[in-house]
Design a protein around this ligand. Structure first.
Ligand SMILES: Nc1ncnc2c1ncn2[C@@H]1O[C@H](COP(=O)(O)OP(=O)(O)O)[C@@H](O)[C@H]1O
Ligand SMILES: N[C@@H](CCOP(=O)(O)O)C(=O)O
Length: 316
């Protein structure tokens, strides 16, 4: 699944020629992923990934290209867009916007250890430090406004046991929104899940899938990552992994008192965001051959975040 647009060898050869990376050796569609068509492409000069953008805000592609250029210049292992001999990054193939990027080494980790969580924390801090002084503005299309728009009708579709949890969380978001939006900002990955990072052992070798990247409160990015990297299956936080991630982050950027105060609510906001998007996806793609992630994972997490004791280290 997830090659929505198959490619012929001849059209790919024509597309690749202006990059000057040698002849096409081989290519294959990538089964993982759910949004775009991705291909591993082997050329004489190395290994690459070709992405055809299938859906989503294609008018925002210049934002993603610029952000990835900035992060690449700061030494982060990101899939920046390669340029042709005419300097073009964003091109067209099979009538879709197309980008060629370096193939990053490594594999996804499904059961992370504390060392890997510390790498995630350092990576996030580096991403935020690289962008906070020159933020490239992009409003998230799944931000607080979106949660407030989509949440109430989705709450009505839940059973009586689940509805109050979502309804109360939406009320908390409405109450805290001005404070949340006033937190220190930077560019965010905003989807730093396990399936968007690559590792070789405990060494982080790649961060991919920037299509949710935006500008916003850094704390939100940390909460999104921590929920996915440091939770038990029942939704409770794994304290060892969580402390490893937060300590590594704060060794590069210290947390502020406002961030410390809003940390637990922010963990809940990050749960609501993905609970809602998974509920929507489950309704929209029901019965279709599309990877549908379990919405209930975030219901359990949100429930566990009602009474969690997680705290940020070293806030001043
Ligand atoms: N630059 C890259 N280097 C190595 N692997 C990549 C790269 N980009 C994508 N992949 C692989 O392709 C898969 C799907 O990519 P992803 O960006 O998550 O797709 P989608 O946008 O469809 O969700 C990833 O899980 C990863 O295995
Ligand atoms: N990582 C997310 C999927 C990305 O979010 P989306 O809103 O762009 O679908 C998840 O695991 O739900």
């Amino acid at each position: 699944m997830s090659v929505f647009t198959p490619l012929q060898r001849e059209e790919l050869e024509v597309f690749l020629a202006p990059y000057g990376l040698g002849r096409l050796r081989d290519f294959e569609g990538i089964a993982a992923g759910s949004e775009n068509s991705n291909f591993f492409v082997s050329l004489e000069q190395g290994e690459y990934v070709l992405t055809l953008i299938e859906r989503g805000p294609s008018q925002d592609l210049p934002f993603f290209i610029e952000l990835l250029d900035v992060l690449h210049r700061h030494g982060l292992p990101v899939p920046y867009a390669l340029r042709t001999d005419r300097g073009e990054a964003l091109r067209t193939l099979a009538e879709k916007p197309a980008l060629l990027q370096p193939r990053l080494a490594g594999k996804h980790v499904s059961a992370p250890n504390p060392h890997q969580c510390a790498e995630v924390g350092r990576l996030l801090a580096r991403l935020h430090l690289a962008t906070r002084d020159h933020i490239i503005e992009r409003r998230s299309d799944r931000g607080l406004d979106w949660m407030q728009e989509e949440g109430p009708s989705l709450a009505l579709s839940l059973d009586d046991a689940q509805m109050p949890l979502l309804r109360d969380s939406l009320a908390e978001i409405a109450e805290l929104k001005p404070k949340l939006l006033a937190l220190p900002r930077a560019n965010l990955h905003a989807d730093l899940f396990r399936d968007n990072l690559l590792f070789e052992g405990s060494h982080l070798t790649g961060v991919i899938d920037f299509y949710n990247a935006c500008s916003g409160p850094m704390l939100y990015d940390i909460a999104i990552a921590l929920n996915d990297w440091c939770s038990h299956p029942n939704g409770e936080i794994d304290e060892t992994r969580s402390q490893a991630l937060l300590a590594a982050y704060s060794s590069l950027r210290r947390f502020t008192p406002a961030e410390a105060e809003l940390w637990r609510p922010m963990l809940r906001v990050a749960c609501v965001r993905f609970w809602l998007s998974r509920l929507i996806a489950a309704q929209k793609f029901a019965g279709q051959p599309v990877l549908i992630k379990d919405p209930d994972e975030f219901r359990r997490m949100l429930s566990a975040r009602q009474h969690c004791h997680s705290a940020l280290p070293f806030a001043f």
